[in-house]
Write a protein of this length. Structure first.
Length: 528
């Protein structure tokens, strides 16, 4: 069976929904292909229950190769596999990164991507509940709001940071990122505001939109040097071919996009030939330059049973559900990671560590943290210098890719993470938290602990913040995969619009920047 559309968008996640909405709104016919099911489970839309989605059919549970830099461990890297993608399964934190991030992109050969050029796009996309100033917009599709629920441990964390003379911030996306406070989130009316629930929903009834879920794209189709369509299968194994009159846009994420390019013959020739794939275009940067944010948690035991431990069970769970569905209030309106902040731990002039705070001890079978009532303070390295790869493990489209992450492989990264752990331990011991926290569980109840011990601890427990990126980087050098208008080098009618095009990872959560990238991709398409 063969169908024809103006555009085909591969991946119905944060970026794919944005590009699709913009093209349909402009009068173009679009086929949107999403490998996972629809976003039709309440666990996606109730802010506090997203953890119930991780590990289900609505997430890709990618896994890295054993990594010698983190004690030989493999690491899961969950990614969205449903309409809305990451914006349907993440913690909803709205962070853009730092001005310098985008100015650095421009300096690396991505002309037009400096902060002055991307800020208007962030503002256009945003519909902020509280802020209306030169940094924030109020007319876009992406809803951004303040937390509706504040856990006592979250409040105590913010006070504890101030007790250490760390600045209080009420806007991490304004003139300065530095400071500590409550995160704004992509929520609206006490519900998740994913790009599926905002952008895509605005065109869901259009006759120009065809959205197929559980549609796994196996390869791109070519005529000479141009992409003309895709081959995909549905959940029953039926194979389809779809053709595009204009362009195909890849928005399958920083792991899925390089995998599909390589399956289609775009990548390093030697890598492709070992799996019997005929090279269409030699681009050695495909799957290279892998970057992610790595964190290592500090755990504290609370004096009283005030944390979220056990909140999802028995009568407590029933009470929270009743309060949410009847009054639209209470714990289930929380995004769980309510507070955190950004600190310059190296005196480099800009924050190099971000902290996420969970008012509970994180249940993580990978690192076996302590259980019971407590608090988790997780610092992460904002601008890692470690680099990894995403390569094929097989020519079979159903085979998982081989991810060699090389996390914490540089001294700079591990030293930054150790400084972040030290700062987190100080905050845990500040008076506001010490009033609620009896003692530190890990890395150590002892206040004094050597840097060597902290490094060993960090390597043992380090985990991803779920921000893989940069594997099809934008630029003009010999490792660049797309140009500054997001066109794949040497291939006509093919663009990429997801976190893979970042030349360097942004200093913060990656969802808002990915949406900005998708907005710009749509701009470039419609301008041409």
């Amino acid at each position: 069976m063969e169908e024809v559309y103006d555009y085909i968008v591969v991946g119905g996640g944060s970026a794919g929904c944005v590009v699709t909405q913009r093209l349909v709104d402009a009068g173009k016919s679009v086929l949107l292909l999403e490998a996972g099911p629809a976003d039709n489970t309440p666990f996606i839309h109730i802010p506090a229950t997203y953890i119930r989605v991780i590990g289900t059919e609505r997430t890709w549970m990618y896994k890295t190769e054993p990594d010698p830099h983190i004690a030989g461990r493999e690491m899961y890297v969950p990614q969205g596999r449903t309409l809305g993608g990451g914006s349907s399964v993440n913690a909803m934190i709205y962070i853009r990164g730092q001005k310098q991030d985008y100015d650095d992109w421009a300096a690396l050969g991505c002309e037009g991507w400096d902060y002055d050029n991307v800020l208007p796009v962030f503002r256009r996309a945003e519909n902020n509940q509280r802020l209306a100033d030169p940094y924030h917009g109020n007319e876009g599709h992406l809803r951004v709001s303040d937390p509706q629920y504040r856990h006592p441990l979250s409040d105590a964390f913010v006070r504890a940071a101030q007790e250490l003379q760390l600045p209080l911030s009420d806007d991490f996306n304004g003139a300065s990122q530095e400071g500590f406070g409550y995160y704004q989130t992509t929520t609206h009316n006490k519900r998740r505001a994913s790009t599926a629930a905002t952008y895509l929903a605005s065109v869901k009834d259009s006759k120009l939109l065809t959205a197929r879920t559980e549609a796994c794209v196996e390869r791109l189709l070519f005529e000479e040097n141009a992409v003309t369509g895709v081959q995909f299968r549905d959940a029953a194994g039926q194979q389809y071919v779809a053709r595009s009159r204009e362009e195909v846009v890849l928005a399958a994420g920083a792991i899925g996009t390089p995998k599909l390019l390589q399956l289609s013959g775009i990548g390093h020739e030697a890598d492709l030939k070992q799996f019997g794939i005929e090279p269409i275009r030699h681009l050695s940067g495909v799957g290279e330059n892998y970057q992610d944010h790595m964190s290592a948690a500090v755990y504290g035991r609370t004096r009283q049973p005030i944390s979220l431990y056990g909140a999802e069970k028995g009568l407590r769970a029933a009470r929270h559900a009743l309060q949410y569905f009847v009054l639209r209030s209470g714990l289930l309106t929380s995004t769980i990671i309510e507070t955190g902040g950004f600190a310059d731990t190296s005196d480099c002039g800009r924050p190099d560590v971000q902290i996420h705070v969970i008012p509970s001890l994180v249940d993580d079978p990978e690192t076996n943290p302590p259980t019971g009532h407590g608090i988790t303070i997780s610092p992460c390295v904002l601008r890692p210098t470690s680099r990894g790869t995403v390569k094929l493990s097989s020519a079979d489209p159903n085979a998982p890719p081989s991810i060699t992450a090389n996390n914490l492989s540089t001294r700079e990264d591990i030293e930054t993470l150790v400084r972040g752990i030290k700062l987190s331990r100080k905050i845990l011991r500040a008076p506001a938290l010490a009033e609620l926290v009896d003692h530190e569980l890990e890395p150590s109840p002892e206040e004094q602990i050597s840097d060597e011990a902290l490094e060993a601890y960090a390597r043992r427990v380090a985990k991803t913040v779920f921000h893989p990126s940069c594997t099809c980087k934008m630029g003009r050098d010999d490792k660049a995969v797309v140009d500054p208008r997001l066109r794949v080098h040497g291939i006509q009618k093919l663009r990429i619009a997801d976190a893979s095009v970042m030349p360097q990872i942004v200093s913060g959560n990656t969802n808002a920047p990915t949406i900005m990238i998708a907005e710009r991709c749509a701009d470039f398409i419609l301008e041409s």
